[in-house]
Write a protein that binds this ligand. Sequence first.
Ligand SMILES: NC(=O)c1ccc[n+]([C@@H]2O[C@H](COP(=O)([O-])OP(=O)(O)OC[C@H]3O[C@@H](n4cnc5c(N)ncnc54)[C@H](OP(=O)(O)O)[C@@H]3O)[C@@H](O)[C@H]2O)c1
Length: 228
Amino acid sequence: MPKTILINGAFGRMGQLACDIIEKHSDFTLVAKTGRSDDLNLALATFCPDIVLDLTSASSVWENVQIMLQHRSFPVIGTSGLKKEHIDLILSQSQEKKLGGLIVPNFSLGAVLQMRCAEQVARYFAKAEIIEAHHEKKLDAPSGTALATAARIEKAHPTSACKTPIHSVRLPGLVAQQEIIFGAEAETLSIVHNVLNREAYMPGLILACQKVTSFNRMYYGLDICLEG
Ligand SMILES: NC(=O)c1ccc[n+]([C@@H]2O[C@H](COP(=O)([O-])OP(=O)(O)OC[C@H]3O[C@@H](n4cnc5c(N)ncnc54)[C@H](OP(=O)(O)O)[C@@H]3O)[C@@H](O)[C@H]2O)c1
């Protein structure tokens, strides 16, 4: 039985692509598309979708999640820019309500795998730096992915207390790129990940929507979907 989905932010760049892919996918039925001028609360009450996918903006996502938590749909939050304190609050609210969901600021499978590779390398290389480069419309710097990568590198090294510096580039012509350079005595090791266009996010977005209905609390990141 296909799962029903409502896409909020359906008329934006990510939203339109997600609508096209979800509409063609046999696991899902797209029951509603909402945008800025729609009433999300009313739409969720009317359509009661299994899943609600949010692809809106950093300024509206917190409010959107609060509305979603009042309904029994499984939220998949693809919008980036949620503050750390808001993420922590959402995770605990969902646990209280036993409501499954996902917050995935980066749907790219390559980005998840790059972080996992970096954790392996960090066990042996004490020093690393990250260069992240994005299109000029990306407002946050460093990117959430770069911050998460740095935190995982620092945690993975058994003894190093080194911080992992992050260098941010914002230029036209770029989509998203992240290079992690590890340095040790007389050698370096680089792990590079490139996103060429938004299609790169769609396999992870589909995976998140397929897995989310099996969760009984909210998770942060796509990692949980790659387990098992
Ligand atoms: N998770 C990932 O892998 C991933 C990848 C790429 C981008 N993103 C993030 O996804 C979000 C969307 O990206 P995008 O490139 O599609 O941006 P976009 O083209 O600006 O689209 C955002 C859409 O959301 C609408 N919107 C804004 N506030 C809303 C609200 N309160 N309720 C309903 N709709 C609202 C906007 O309407 P208006 O045009 O009227 O403002 C617009 O149509 C951003 O946060 C971006 O950083 C995530």
